[in-house]
Write a new protein. Structure first.
Length: 228
């Protein structure tokens, strides 16, 4: 895994340089890329999104927002309601970063709470919430919302495919057979239940969606709706 991660990091660094040249935006996206790579790989390997990375990234995102603010129409509409903030470029950048952080973390926290109430068990950890708190300071409100949308969609597609593959491959078949002998259900039904309970790290998919969304937005390949 080590050389593959090093190669990926080098590729993304070169991509940032070719996209932005030697500018403040390059610095911002290089830091963001490093943070995301750490979180993606750590979540895949040990299912942890370290506070040391999330909180450091949150502070760094706020600091970088002073020079390269995560502006978007949703943020600017709110800022226009407060002339004092709108007249100060530094306050505009920090406010947009904080609004993005609030949007990402609160939406994910609400989803986690709803899942726990409906299913009676935890569906995600607070590491994901803290991760989106950090991501929001870099991407702003709309970028963060779309990161959640793309990340959860990607995770859902991959998760469904993985469950089907696990079921078709006979994963945990012996466990299902032992449960069947105890009268807990049919073998196929038990195997499907076991396969469908396999948990994927949501942070990994959010981490993939975040840099992709930020790069596409910054390069103009994805633009905000006309008239927004």
């Amino acid at each position: 895994m080590y050389p593959a991660i090093e190669l990926l990091t080098a590729f993304l660094f070169v991509t940032c340089y070719l996209t932005f040249d030697l500018t403040a935006e390059t610095v911002k996206w290089l830091f963001f890329t490093c943070l995301m790579i750490i979180l993606i790989i750590t979540d895949v390997r040990v299912r942890i999104l370290p506070d040391a990375i999330n909180w450091f990234g949150f502070g760094l995102g706020l600091a970088l927002a002073v020079r390269v603010p995560p502006l978007d129409p949703a943020c600017m509409r709110l800022i226009d309601l407060v002339p004092f903030i709108a007249q100060n470029a530094i306050l505009v950048g920090v406010t947009c970063a904080l609004l993005g952080a609030a949007a990402g973390s609160l939406l994910l926290l609400a989803a986690a709470t709803l899942y726990r109430l409906v299913r009676g068990r935890e569906g995600m950890g607070m590491g994901d919430v803290k991760m989106m708190l950090m991501v929001g300071t870099f991407l702003g409100v709309q970028g963060t919302f779309l990161t959640l949308l793309f990340g959860t969609l990607l995770g859902s597609i991959v998760g469904l495919l993985l469950v089907l593959i696990l079921f078709a491959s006979g994963w945990k078949a012996r466990v299902a057979e032992r449960a069947n002998r105890k009268g807990l259900g049919s073998i196929s039904g038990l195997r499907w239940t076991i396969s469908s309970r396999y948990q994927l790290p949501l942070g990994t998919f959010l981490g993939i969606a975040g840099p992709a969304r930020g790069l596409l937005q910054s390069t103009g390949l994805i633009r905000w709706p006309i008239g927004s």
